[in-house]
Design a protein around this ligand. Structure first.
Ligand code: NAD
Length: 270
């Protein structure tokens, strides 16, 4: 396939949720560098989102910051309407926003359970449904073989149970089967739906696991490849999934985890 790697998303648009920080920010910046007009969804950090949009615009790209709590239907609807008003269409949705509210089962409140499910799973459902309605309305474009693409940010915890994080693990397990079901339901409409399962990526969500040398050493024992992941590791995978390079790929989770999901405790023979 003859595509300039710097222009993989030329002429396309992408809406990225939870993009004022971390993995979402890295994806927004990477997609913009590959030619996409990007929507930077934020929940609580307008200044950070506006700054990213400003940076990208000053580099010759097109970017807007869009406020929405992804767990709220009205706000998701308004966000997608504002994105389409600005850029005319959606080629890729990256449903990335996510939170952790950790507790052992005996101490987990219903509020902690419901809030994590609301953001991590229902939030992806609401954003996906809105994007799919838009995909179905818009004309095909010469810039993308698929009519639309959805990338669901999952986690290695869609597969690995995680004591003390039952709400988070359940939300990501839900994302896995939501993603696969949507992929099955929508392939005939040329809509591709895939997931990314990051392992340990250095961001705010897991600062406690890497910020001291002791914590980092403990974390590295779980990563056969021997390093903590960086946001760019995930952004490059997202770029591939959003581009025509992966046009025959749907219903798949890409694990970006340095081997974390390979049962590293069995390295010594089990
Ligand atoms: P992060 O905390 O920097 O990013 C999460 C983003 O989601 C933030 O920008 C936050 O403002 C946003 N957000 C939270 N609630 C929201 C809401 N209601 N509406 C809209 N946005 C909201 O952490 P991150 O590591 O970049 O996490 C991004 C995604 O990657 C999450 O879905 C997370 O579960 C997933 N993930 C991260 C790792 C990791 O190691 N960092 C591993 C596996 C999965």
């Amino acid at each position: 396939m003859d595509i300039d790697p710097r222009q993989l998303l030329l002429g396309q648009t992408a809406l990225i949720t939870g993009a004022s920080s971390g993995i979402g920010e890295a994806i927004a910046r990477r997609f913009a560098a590959a030619g996409a007009a990007v929507g930077i969804n934020y929940h609580s950090k307008p200044d950070a989102a506006e700054q990213i949009a400003k940076d990208l615009s000053s580099q010759g790209g097109q970017a807007i910051a869009l406020k929405a709590d992804v767990s709220r239907e009205d706000e998701v609807r308004a966000m997608v309407a504002a994105f389409v008003a600005a850029f005319g269409r959606i080629d890729t949705l990256v449903a990335n926003a996510g939170i952790q509210m950790d507790a052992a089962i005996g101490e987990m409140s219903l509020e902690q359970w419901q809030r994590v499910l609301a953001v991590n799973l229902t939030g992806q459902f609401l954003c996906a449904r809105e994007a799919i309605w838009q995909f179905e309305m818009q004309e095909p474009t010469p810039h993308s073989r698929a009519r639309g693409k959805i990338i669901c940010m999952s986690s290695v915890h869609e597969a690995i149970p995680w004591a003390g994080h039952v709400n988070y693990a359940a939300s990501k397990g839900g994302v896995l089967l939501m993603m696969k079901t949507l992929a099955q339901e929508l392939a005939g409409k040329r809509i591709r739906v895939n997931g990314i399962a990051p392992g340990a990526i250095r961001t705010e969500i897991n600062r406690a696991t890497w910020e001291t040398p002791e914590a980092e050493a403990a974390l590295l024992r779980l990563i056969p490849y021997g390093r903590i992941g960086e946001r760019a590791d995930v952004a490059e995978a997202a770029l591939w999934l959003a581009s025509d390079l992966s046009d025959y790929v749907t219903g798949t989770t890409l694990f970006i985890d340095g081997g974390m999901a390979l049962y590293p405790a069995f390295r010594a023979g089990g």
